[in-house]
Design a protein around this ligand. Structure first.
Ligand SMILES: *Cc1c(COP(=O)(O)O)cnc(C)c1O
Length: 415
């Protein structure tokens, strides 16, 4: 499908698969703003932060303060999908970032990394610690951090990740929530002492409000989901973590054994960072796909038109409204579009009507509960262009473990 056709499908809300025409062989991608050395720095920093994470969040003790999720093969889900229609050859796995400790979503990767990185810089410049000291002691500096704020704009899960981490260190945490944010996410944050500001507009408006309020306060740090390299690099470390898990499971990734990863996409930071990390390990042997709602395909639109963050879904007559609250972002990240342009394999869009059937299918077949936004990956898997017998397909589950029981029942039972 060429650009003009893809744009037509986007306007008409028709589910599409667009193979990225700008993709280059990994070795020919050219010079990019971020590179392998930056991923390595983020990875080393997360090792440094691990003792502090373990003190702040004792549930991370089994992994020594490293926040990571399981990779699981899901043969029963694959069988059930087969009974419903054609599926691609190869094995099917799910990466359970829905069950990442602390924040229960993929945002635990980027969000907590950015809060800790900011904290380390602040503590070093104030002399609370010296280079080389263990950071664990920072758990006892709540009075110091309480003079400072951390703010973020969010559709829900980023706010939970930043809010929970910032509040645990003692910061004043302020989350600017878009109209799409679920009530239970706001309630959970307030219960942790986080200030939740509500907006009637969409995500871009919540972000710009948060950005300007934070800019007016010299003791406030704004986590900028549209531009933050820190967030992006926190996500990118998922690449080496997944590589270690695949290796341990004896799963080869090479020219004869392609790896295919289906990534639910909002502003682009989480799926972009993960794809970036994976490409730096597996190069052309990994195929990374973004998946977005037909009513809110912002990254697909930015990449298809080449306008990146210069175009929003409202500009082509879409509402941006979707049941996939984590993906309800009308304008993509400029940073991510630029980095993904030569790397990403392609984009899928899917209607909201696929979300709850996929949610129930995973629950019924595998006993796995993930939130609606995450479920969009299942639809991309069914429609993937990669059909090698030796392929490994991974659904990236991006959220769900913190969803309260009563809401789960609604998703599982409602018509
Ligand atoms: C945030 C989020 C995503 C997408 O991440 P972006 O960085 O916004 O692209 C996907 N799924 C869920 C559940 C999320 O909360």
């Amino acid at each position: 499908m060429n650009r003009a056709q893809a744009l037509e499908f986007l306007r008409e809300r028709k589910p599409l698969y667009w193979a990225n025409e700008n993709k280059l062989p990994f070795a020919q991608r050219g010079r990019q703003q971020l590179a392998a050395a930056h991923i390595a720095e983020a990875s080393a920093a997360l090792q440094r932060y691990a003792p502090l994470v373990e003190r702040l969040f004792p549930e991370t003790a089994p992994s020594g303060g490293i926040i990571e999720s399981p990779l699981r093969e899901i043969p029963a889900a694959k069988e059930l999908l087969r009974t419903e229609g054609k599926i691609p050859n190869g094995r099917l796995f799910i990466k359970l970032d829905s069950h990442l400790p602390v924040a229960g979503s993929v945002k635990a990767r980027g969000g907590i990394y950015e809060v800790l990185h900011h904290t380390e810089r602040l503590a070093l410049s104030a002399g609370n610690i010296s280079t080389g000291d263990s950071l664990a002691a920072l758990a006892d500096h709540r009075d110091f951090f309480s003079q400072y704020s951390i703010q973020v704009g969010s559709t829900g899960n980023l706010g939970m990740s930043i809010g929970i981490a910032a509040a645990a260190l003692g910061y004043r945490a302020v989350v600017h929530m878009s109209a799409d944010a679920k009530e239970w996410k706001k309630a959970l944050l307030r219960s942790k002492g986080v200030e939740v500001m509500e907006y009637t507009g969409d995500y871009s408006q919540a972000v710009s409000q948060g950005r300007s309020l934070s800019a007016a306060d010299p003791k406030s740090h704004f986590v900028d989901d549209e531009n933050s390299a820190d967030l992006f690099l926190g996500y990118s470390v998922a690449g080496e973590r997944l590589a270690a898990q695949l290796d341990k499971a004896g799963i080869a990734v090479d020219a004869d054994h392609p790896l295919c990863v289906y990534l639910p996409c909002g502003v682009g930071g989480a799926p972009g960072g993960i794809a970036f990390g994976l490409k730096h390990i597996f190069g052309d042997n990994v195929h990374c796909f973004f998946v977005e709602p037909t009513e809110c395909p912002c990254a697909t639109l930015g990449l298809v038109t080449g306008k990146q963050s210069g175009i929003s879904v409202q500009d082509i007559g879409l509402s941006g409204i979707t049941e996939a609250d984590g993906l309800a972002v009308g304008r993509p990240s400029e940073l991510v579009c630029r980095l993904m342009q030569p790397l990403l394999d392609g984009c899928f869009t899917a209607p909201d009507s696929v979300l709850l059937p996929a949610l129930r299918l995973l629950h019924r077949s595998e006993g796995i509960f993930i939130e609606p936004s995450s479920c969009i990956a299942v639809d991309a898997y069914r429609r993937t262009p990669i059909s090698d017998d030796n392929a490994t397909h991974i659904l990236w589950a991006t959220g769900g473990s913190l969803v309260p029981q009563d809401i789960r029942q609604q998703y599982l039972c409602s018509k």
